[in-house]
Design a protein around this ligand. Structure first.
Ligand code: ZN
Length: 454
């Protein structure tokens, strides 16, 4: 991540591309769109001070209650796993499909996500597991125990925790929907066909796009760390998908490496070993014990496999609905330049480029994977799930006081807004350039003041 002083900063908007030519024209102050008029009276330093103070208070409050809350969420996730695994051998059924799908979803979005950010580093007594430096990483054993999914946890940590969180809705954000879907947005095809493409992408995105692309980010990070140059003619922003791996045009790693290191363990355990394990109970006479004598080894194996495959489809869709709309919509802002982490611009951007969903009860929060507190999570990525529950009404209050748009809407309305961005039916909003620059200058001044006062 390159953090530059605003005086030295080269505007990325000055490099024309399909994406940046949509930039709204530079607006001089006083000519703001109605939706941007809150900027005229906005005091970024006062806002940042209040957010910073609240973050410190929340961090100090973390302790036993947060660990208890985490344990409760782990229990819910494990109940989903048990429901799915114990019923998947008995014909294709909804309990198994929903159980398995929700297990995969919650293990990722609630447990792994917040632990890998360091949400429990300080408050959890078991530092050997519930730490960002230990959880799911370092060995296949840890991955299987803590979080087994299509994505390699080390790769997800780089792509999500670093690149996405600290470049939110900038051109360097690997999760910027409007840029990533530019090809479909601009395609001269019927809208109905665009919807079909988006639906297929939503049902397959974790293994088709996300897993290969997060692994690419890990490879890029390793090259940068070793000071090695990128392969010739490579644009690091170009996405890697299953298509580019199969076609042999992915310069970062081979198909075999991707299979063996990244997706192989998940594929073998989910779609072979677990169905085999369930089927093996027939051999030990367990089905007779349960009074189900008509089931054969093959029947249990195949019904387990089919339930796993249906659950895979469902968890992709569930993940898509809960994750992709977090930062997309015609009311979400985009930015041209980077900002310093935890500066005034940083805090403001996390609110302007994130959308919360409905919240409240355990079941609502679990079904959203705690991503319904997206604004609070982006303000302080390393807090616990419980902290976000406490923070949400307080952040909303601060935003209202300072006139900052705080977006909270039903997840399905947000999904519709996201699909509109994906298909090119609507366009995201750019923070007026004058203000973006002014805020970055304020950050610079505040940083200087802090250094001189120390
Ligand atoms: Zn995150």
């Amino acid at each position: 991540m390159c953090r530059q002083d605003p005086v030295k900063m080269k505007s990325k908007a000055s490099t024309p591309s399909v994406d940046t030519i949509r930039t709204t024209p530079i607006l001089s102050k006083g000519k703001l769109d109605k939706e941007d008029q809150w900027l005229e009276k906005f005091d970024i330093n006062a806002f940042a001070t209040e957010i910073r103070t609240l973050g410190k208070e929340l961090e100090q409050q973390q302790g036993e209650a947060d660990v208890k809350h985490l344990n409760k969420m782990v229990l819910w996730s494990n109940i989903c796993a048990a429901l799915g695994l114990l019923t998947m051998g008995f014909g294709t059924n909804l309990i198994a499909i929903v159980g398995l799908s929700t297990w995969t979803f919650t293990r990722w979005t609630m447990i792994a996500h917040h632990t890998c950010h360091g949400g429990y580093d300080k408050c959890h007594p078991n530092k050997d597991r519930w730490s960002r430096f230990k959880f799911a990483i370092g060995s296949l054993w840890r991955r299987c125990n803590d979080w087994l999914d299509w994505m390699l946890p080390e790769a997800w940590n780089v792509e999500h925790n670093n690149r996405h969180h600290y470049n939110l809705s900038e051109l360097d954000d690997p999760d910027l929907v409007e840029r990533n879907l530019a090809e479909i947005r601009d395609a001269n095809i019927p809208l109905a066909l665009k919807y079909v493409i988006v639906f297929i992408a939503a049902a397959t995105w974790k293994w088709y796009y996300y897993s290969p692309n997060t692994y690419k980010e890990l490879k890029l990070a390793l090259l940068r760390k070793q000071g090695k140059p990128l392969p010739k003619g490579i644009d690091p922003e170009d996405a890697v998908s299953i298509k580019s791996i199969v076609l042999g045009i992915n310069p970062f790693y081979s198909a075999w490496e991707f299979l063996a290191v990244v997706i192989g363990p998940y594929m073998v355990i989910r779609f072979l070993l677990l169905p085999l394990f369930m089927a093996s109970i027939v051999g030990f006479g367990t089905t007779e014990l349960l009074g189900i004598t008509s089931l054969s080894f093959e029947q249990v194996f195949y019904s387990s496999l089919y339930n796993m495959l249906w659950a895979e489809l469902l968890t992709n869709l569930h993940g898509f609905v809960a994750i992709v709309p977090n930062h997309a919509g015609d009311d979400m802002y985009r930015f041209r330049n980077s900002c310093r982490p935890f500066s005034g611009s940083f805090y403001l951007r996390q609110v302007l480029a994130s959308a919360n969903f409905d919240r409240g009860t355990d079941i609502i929060d679990i079904m959203h994977g705690y991503l319904n507190y997206q604004i609070e999570h982006h303000l302080w990525p390393n807090l616990s799930m419980l902290s976000y529950q406490k923070a949400a009404p307080l952040v909303k209050e601060i935003c209202e006081k300072h006139g900052v748009p705080y977006v909270k809407e039903n997840v399905f309305i947000r999904t519709k807004k996201t699909i509109d961005i994906m298909t090119g039916t609507s366009t995201m909003r750019w923070l007026p350039e004058e203000y973006e620059r002014e805020f970055l200058e304020q950050d610079y001044i505040q940083e200087k003041l802090k250094k001189t006062s120390n």
